[in-house]
Design a protein around this ligand. Structure first.
Ligand SMILES: Cc1cc2nc3c(=O)[nH]c(=O)nc-3n(C[C@H](O)[C@H](O)[C@H](O)COP(=O)(O)O)c2cc1C
Length: 188
C-alpha cells in the first residue's frame, strides 16, 4: 500500500504563530511514519476574502492551489487558533474557498480524515474553537477523529527551535499525528 498523503495546515497568519509551530511538530511526527506530508502556511498564500463576485471571474490561483492540494490529500492535520471561542477568519475563509466544487469535481473535504489541534496562551488551549471546526468540517463530509489535542499555556510550550519542549506534550502530538496517518492509510 502506498503512503498516505497528508496536508498540515494552521489557521493563523501570524509570523510566530503557536498553532503553526504545533502543526509543524505534528507534521514532523507524521513524517516519521513514512507518510507523505506537506505543510501549507496560510500566510504564504494570497487568498482574498471569499466573495462570489470574485469567484465568478475565476477562483484566485492560490485558493485553487489550496483546494487542489486538499483534494489530493488523504488526511489533514489541522491546528485551529481560537478567536472569541471560535474559528479564525483566515481559516474559515480558506475552508470556504476550498469547499467550492467545480462541476463534476470531488468536494475537497469529503471523506478526508482530519486530526484537530489547537494551542493558546489560555488555560483551555483553544478547546472551545475546536467544537466549531469539528462541526464545520463534519458538515462538509470530513471524518474528524474523535481524539483531538488542545494545548494550554502556549507561551511555554515551544523551545527556540519551535519544537515542543515538554516530552509529555510531544508524546500527545506524536500520538495524534500517528493516529491520523494510521486511519488515513486504512481508508486510502
Ligand atoms: C481577536 C482575538 C480573540 C481571541 N480569543 C481567544 C479565545 O477565545 N480563547 C483563547 O484561548 N485565546 C484567544 N485569543 C488569543 C489567541 O489564542 C492568541 O493570540 C494565539 O497566539 C493565536 O494563535 P496563533 O499564535 O497561532 O496566531 C484571541 C486573540 C485575538 C486576536
Amino acid at each position: 500500500m502506498s503512503a498516505p498523503k497528508i496536508i498540515a495546515l494552521a489557521g493563523s497568519l501570524r509570523k510566530e504563530s503557536f498553532n503553526q509551530k504545533l502543526i509543524n511538530e505534528a507534521a514532523r511526527f507524521a513524517l516519521q511514519t513514512g507518510a507523505e506530508v506537506e505543510v501549507i502556511q496560510l500566510n504564504e498564500l494570497d487568498i482574498p476574502l471569499f466573495n462570489e463576485d470574485i469567484e465568478a471571474q475565476g477562483t484566485p490561483a492560490d485558493a485553487q492551489r489550496l483546494k487542489d492540494k486538499l483534494r489530493s490529500a488523504d488526511g489533514i492535520l489541522l491546528a485551529s487558533p481560537e478567536y472569541n471561542g471560535s474559528i479564525t477568519a483566515p481559516l474559515k475563509n480558506a475552508i470556504d474557498w476550498a469547499s467550492r466544487t467545480e462541476q463534476g469535481a470531488v468536494p475537497a473535504f469529503r471523506n478526508k480524515v482530519v486530526a484537530l489541534f489547537a494551542t493558546s496562551p489560555g488555560g483551555l488551549g483553544g478547546l472551545r474553537g475546536l467544537n466549531h471546526v469539528r462541526d464545520i468540517l463534519s458538515g462538509i463530509g470530513s471524518l474528524v477523529l474523535a481524539d483531538q489535542l488542545a494545548v494550554p499555556s502556549a507561551f511555554s510550550v515551544f523551545d527556540d527551535n519551535g519544537q515542543v519542549s515538554d516530552p509529555e506534550i510531544a508524546d500527545k502530538v506524536s500520538s495524534l499525528a500517528h493516529q491520523l496517518v494510521s486511519v488515513a492509510s486504512k481508508l486510502k
